[in-house]
Design a protein around this ligand. Structure first.
Ligand SMILES: Cc1ncc(COP(=O)(O)O)c(C=O)c1O
Length: 410
């Protein structure tokens, strides 16, 4: 995605977010949206209604409240499908992106991977898009290859092209890196994978909240995301997969709701997506996720992207002028800026910033192989959301100056 042509600040939306003030009522400069997003009142209210006056189970009840709840739960699935540009029968609700990737690894992976097969991951993946593949590779005898990065820490698709062979059955890449914010050219990644008959899984945790996503334009086979990073609740996310792939995938967890008929002699399974949703689902969370998607789409994902890109550009410009700052990632990062100060550990910076009501993330960001590649143990990470503003950047820059003074470096 290209950087926006002009700075297009969104109206101040912080009033929609009760979490955006400190407990003593001061503005909170929340710069950790890549970890989890604050929730708008519309989502909180939708969840409260679903847990309160609308509450009942789904799929089983013969009484009207349960029938209504079933309609609302399935409407949430349709809403998520529309958000992604897919079909409702292609959306499986999971506990989040991590569970969605594990689901693909344990079902599609177990059914399709054989000794000698290969999986291509990249150097910048979140542990959630590494460990499930290591586990299934150990079980099936498949091997994992790691695609290197470009100088500005994007997944190097030229290198991927050179590495891919007929032995590769799956390419699993982050659509947007949670550390560098680099955006993958999903369409090209899809072409490269499909050319040699492999499937493409995109980890959309950091793309779904920050930019427009359309799974058919991306040419992926699997796309996963977590609701809590998209202004929705924890405990829910989704796997989108092409219908014919889901149809051919064996079930994963067994239990109620995923069956067609159970006898002790033989059990048959429901069609997808129910086949992959064993047990009572996260009903209220699904409804609140639909409210989050509604909220985001009402603002517009392209506008959100433009707003965050402008904030990224300003923060990178300011940090780039500091001699003691090492900046990671490309200029056109999707809402995420990782950096390190010479001689001041990111954890110390994060702790001192907290005293000024500035919340950043410091650590390895569940991407230890990327930290090894960058030659650091941790970075500081500021990540924006649709409620972020120039004032947050001002507070961060002032906080960095204060940290330097405290360490006698200013
Ligand atoms: C790129 C990426 N992938 C996967 C995950 C895992 O998401 P969750 O913990 O919500 O399953 C995250 C969360 O930080 C992420 O940023």
């Amino acid at each position: 995605m290209n950087a926006p042509a002009a700075f297009a600040p969104l109206a101040d939306l912080s009033a929609d977010f009760p979490g955006m003030v400190t407990h003593d009522g001061k503005p909170w400069h929340y710069l950790d949206t890549a970890a989890t997003a604050q929730k708008p009142r519309a989502v909180i209210d939708a969840m409260a209604r679903a847990l309160g006056e609308d509450y009942a189970t789904v799929h089983r009840g013969v009484y009207s409240r349960s029938a209504e709840m079933t309609l609302a739960y399935e409407a949430a699935r349709r809403r998520v499908a529309r958000f992604l540009g897919g079909l409702e029968e292609e959306v499986v609700f999971t506990r989040g992106a991590t569970e969605a990737i594990n689901l693909v690894a344990q079902t599609w992976g177990r059914a399709n991977l054989r000794p000698g097969d290969r999986i291509l991951l990249s150097q910048l993946e979140h542990h959630s898009n590494i460990v499930p593949w290591q586990m299934i590779a150990a079980e099936t005898g498949a091997a994992i290859d790691v695609c290197p990065l470009t100088d500005d820490q994007r997944i190097d698709l030229d290198a991927a092209e050179a590495m891919l062979s007929e032995a590769h059955k799956l390419v699993a890449f982050a659509h947007v890196s949670n550390v560098t914010g680099s955006v993958l050219d999903g369409a090209r990644a899809g072409q490269l994978a499909h050319r040699i008959g492999a499937k493409l899984l995109l980890d959309g945790c950091q793309s779904a909240p920050h930019m427009g996503v359309n799974v058919s334009e991306l040419a992926c086979d699997f796309y996963v995301f977590s609701a809590h990073k998209l202004y929705g609740p924890t405990g829910i996310g989704a796997l989108w997969a092409k219908a014919e792939l889901l149809e051919a995938m064996p079930p994963w967890q067994g239990g109620g709701a995923m069956i067609d008929r159970v006898t002790f002699a033989r059990t048959t399974y429901a069609p997808p997506p129910q086949r992959f949703e064993a047990g009572t689902p996260a009903i209220t969370e699904a409804i609140a996720l639909a409210a989050a998607v509604e909220y985001v789409d009402a603002i517009g994902r392209e506008r959100i992207h433009a707003h965050e890109a402008a904030l990224v550009a300003r923060l990178r410009r300011e940090l780039g002028m500091m001699n003691d700052v090492r900046l990671f990632g490309p200029e056109d990062s999707a809402g995420i800026v990782s950096f390190a100060l010479d001689d001041i550990h990111p954890h110390d910076l994060g702790t001192i910033l907290d005293e000024a009501n500035v919340a950043i993330r410091a650590g390895h960001h569940c991407a230890q192989p990327l930290m090894d590649y960058l030659g650091v143990t941790a970075t500081a990470r500021a990540s924006f959301g649709l409620y972020s503003s120039e004032a947050d950047i001002d507070a961060l820059i002032a906080g960095i100056a204060r940290t330097r003074r405290i360490f006698g470096k200013g």
